[in-house]
Design a protein around this ligand. Structure first.
Ligand code: GDP
Ligand code: IMO
Ligand code: MG
Length: 431
């Protein structure tokens, strides 16, 4: 058995898409295990026949799709928006990427309905705004856990689908009218729209847990692709400013139906600095020129919503926590090149509240909002790194920075990314 889990170690957008695409060359299956179209995973394909490199942003389809030998799975832990899925399939097919026979969708995955998106938007008008992506993620997981959700398998039986949809729409319309004083949704229109998905989606639906376990017993290599990041985990993140699923490595087992004993390795994807989209505490945030430079050089604008990402220095306190709760045994540091022109690079090595040094990462927002980061400063290398292909060719100051991160986190540095393209990835020799 061989499963490698790829987790975002921060607040998402660490470059998981690029790393999963890079690693896909050597695996048989790539499987998404949680989240939904709130994810935006960017993959850049090498130029073909002198054309410019092509960029794709994937929201639901695993980032292994660009390797012809890879089979992609959308697991039971994902909340699936059929509209977004069909759109994504269409775009990929138009670009000449074959999907048929290469995509399997769990019959147990829950669906995102138009009313989930509506409720997501309405809740975001309230006082405690999370800054969600507006993709209906929270409301869909609410239905899943309150056992009123509609699953992919329900699309295949019109009577079941209509009955469940009618019931849910009645409840939602009552909520919209009585609680929120809003217009009701058109039940017939929604039923007609969703009835239509059965034919389109049918060829992809299967029992993916069974498929994956069989594949594992045949010795196939599986890459489990996490969406979001550990600090957005509903249990372990900066609650309530989190998403509604478990991006942490444990989510891969429940979200795919594979046993913990099948996991070989957990790879943490770490951006060389920190970003966060949406609200919530961010101790190392730089609300100054440094933050603006990181955003500009790093192109830090949301791949899903286009929102500017909040930017700051690398935070080893939250990262150590992330490594521990995920069981990360190696890290991949991305976007090193973004730091190329900084004279000084800071890394947060501790948190203080008043004169008290905190022993560990606090996940309660009240404390986290009060912490003062303690920084260690590295001198910048002031040289371009994007064209470097060997770790030993990186400027020595960049190597020192990376090795210090490795040492402080006590986790092996495995890969370093110096650009968004596949080939801009360096293997790191063991120390
Ligand atoms: P994901 O959600 O974790 O897959 O990350 P996103 O795709 O949302 O955001 C990462 C952004 O950084 C994308 O625009 C990538 O193309 C880009 N990117 C990934 N790795 C690197 C890198 O090493 N250097 C630079 N400059 N950009 C990168
Ligand atoms: P990838 O997979 C960054 C954030 C939102 C918001 C919070 C809750 O591309 O790394 P939600 O729509 O999930 O209810 O929003 O989580 N968020 C992400 N931030 N990257 C993502 O995905 C995210 N998915 C959700 O901005 O703060
Ligand atoms: Mg993203």
């Amino acid at each position: 058995m061989s499963v490698q889990i790829i987790v975002g170690a921060q607040w998402g957008d660490e470059g998981k898409g690029k790393i999963v695409d890079h690693l896909s060359e050597k695996v048989d299956i790539v499987a998404r295990y949680q989240g939904g179209a709130n994810a935006g995973h960017t993959v850049i394909l090498p130029p073909v026949r002198g054309q410019a490199p092509r960029q794709f942003v994937l929201h639901l389809i695993p980032s292994g799709i660009f390797h012809r030998h890879v089979l992609c799975v959308i697991g039971n832990g994902v909340v699936l928006d059929p509209v977004a899925l069909m759109d994504e399939i269409g775009q990929l097919q138009e670009a000449g990427i074959r999907i048929d026979g290469r995509l399997l969708i769990s019959h147990n995955a829950h669906l995102i309905m138009p009313y989930h998106k509506r409720l997501d938007a309405i809740r975001e008008e309230g006082a405690q705004k999370i800054g969600t992506t507006g993709r209906g993620i929270g409301p869909s997981y609410i239905d899943k856990y309150s056992r009123t959700g509609i699953r992919v398998v329900d699309l295949l039986d019109r009577d079941v689908l209509c009955a469940k949809l009618k019931q849910n729409l009645e409840t939602t319309n009552e909520l919209l009218k009585k609680v929120y004083d809003r217009d009701e949704l058109d039940v017939d229109r929604i039923i007609a729209e969703y009835e239509d998905f059965d034919k389109k989606i049918d060829p992809y639906i299967t029992d993916t847990a069974d498929y994956l376990n069989r594949a594992l017993s045949k010795g196939k290599a599986v890459l489990a692709e996490g969406a979001q990041g550990a600090l957005l985990d509903v249990d372990h993140g900066t609650y309530p400013f989190v998403t509604s699923s478990n991006p942490t490595s444990g989510g891969a087992c429940t979200g795919l139906g594979i046993p913990p004993t099948a996991i070989d390795s957990v790879v943490g994807v770490v951006k060389a600095y920190s970003t966060r989209v949406g609200n919530g505490p961010f101790p190392t945030e730089q609300l100054n020129e440094t933050g603006e430079r990181l955003r500009k050089i790093g192109g830090e604008f949301g791949a899903t919503t286009g929102r500017p990402r909040r930017c700051g220095w690398l935070d080893l306190v939250s990262l150590s926590y992330s490594c521990r709760i995920n069981g990360i045994d190696r890290i991949t540091v991305t976007k090193l090149d973004v730091l190329d022109s900084f004279d000084e690079i800071k890394v947060c090595t501790g948190y203080k509240v008043g004169n008290r040094v905190l022993a560990r990462f606090p996940t309660d927002v009240q404390t986290l909002e009060k912490v003062q980061p303690v920084y260690r400063t590295f001198s910048g290398w002031n040289e371009p790194t994007s064209d470097i292909r060997r770790f030993s060719d990186l400027p020595s100051k960049a190597q020192s920075y990376l090795r210090a991160v490795e040492r402080l986190l006590k986790v092996r540095l495995w890969l370093v990314s110096v650009g968004a393209r596949r080939d801009q990835t360096l293997s790191v020799p063991r120390r």
